[in-house]
Design a protein around this ligand. Structure first.
Ligand code: FBP
Length: 240
């Protein structure tokens, strides 16, 4: 199985400026990290457009997020498509990403949008990556393990090449999720910033469960030395 290490940088839209400091608010800072061996840099189309010259020059494989929402609106989550597959291809992406909030009152809209994206992406030779995050009132009271396993299976059944999941913290549930995802590969998201040793332990734990890799944002670009951390992470995730 191909190993993957993605650098996620779509948090500005999702979270506001709360994750950023003076350094990492600048996309050029992130591009400089991404060129150190990541299998993909994940951004919204605006960053791909405005910083396309530097991304291309550094030969960074590009993944464009096609939907997004802010954290201002409350209530059941819905994230609609705001970039087309054709635009992403034109911007040089090898893959497109789309978040589905499984369990939301609006999951049907997101599942439908993803199905059209998946069809078009595959017909244009792009990979389709689904971020599947259970969220919304209906998910309350259900176990994190079960929701992670369920999300993995949905990833397979909707035709995603890769499904991006949040780790529930239980290795046996993640092993079950890997089995449930079948030929759809799993990457685990990094989550909010924690200590380097905790973060690297999680990386080792999830890789030992048979996932394909990780998609990490805050734990890398909020680190004191993101490039030194990248080297350690590459050894764990990519084996090099
Ligand atoms: P992180 O490693 O920073 O958690 O990034 C992964 C990611 O999936 C991003 O692509 C996305 O913006 C963010 O997490 C969403 O996190 P949340 O669901 O907590 O808002």
């Amino acid at each position: 199985m191909k190993k993957r290490l993605y650098l996620a940088y779509d948090q500005g839209m999702e979270h506001g400026l709360s994750d950023f400091d003076y350094r990492n608010m600048d996309p050029l800072f992130i591009i400089n990290i991404a060129k150190h061996g990541y299998s993909g840099l994940i951004v919204q189309k605006g960053i791909a457009e405005k910083y396309g010259r530097e991304i291309k020059k550094a030969r960074i494989p590009l993944i464009i997020k096609l939907n997004g929402k802010t954290n201002i609106v409350k209530g059941e989550p819905l994230s609609r498509q705001i970039c087309s597959v054709k635009e992403a291809k034109k911007l040089g992406a090898f893959a497109v990403g789309y978040t589905i909030y499984l369990g939301s009152e609006y999951e049907g809209i997101m599942l439908h949008e993803f199905s059209e994206i998946e069809r078009e992406a595959h017909s244009l030779g792009l990979q389709a990556i689904a971020w599947i995050y259970p969220k919304g009132k209906s998910t309350e009271g259900r176990s994190k393990d079960e929701l992670m396993e369920y999300s993995a299976r949905v990833g397979l059944e909707i035709g995603a090449d890769v499904v991006k999941l949040k780790y529930s913290g239980n290795p046996s549930a993640l092993k079950k999720a890997v089995r449930a995802a079948g030929r759809t590969e799993i990457v685990i998201s990094g989550g909010e910033k924690t200590t380097e040793s905790k973060f690297l332990k999680t990386a080792r734990d999830v890789m030992a469960c048979g996932v394909s890799g990780m998609a990490v944002g805050r734990n890398v670009w909020e680190a004191k030395d993101p490039i030194a951390l990248t080297k350690k992470l590459k050894r764990i995730v990519l084996g090099k």
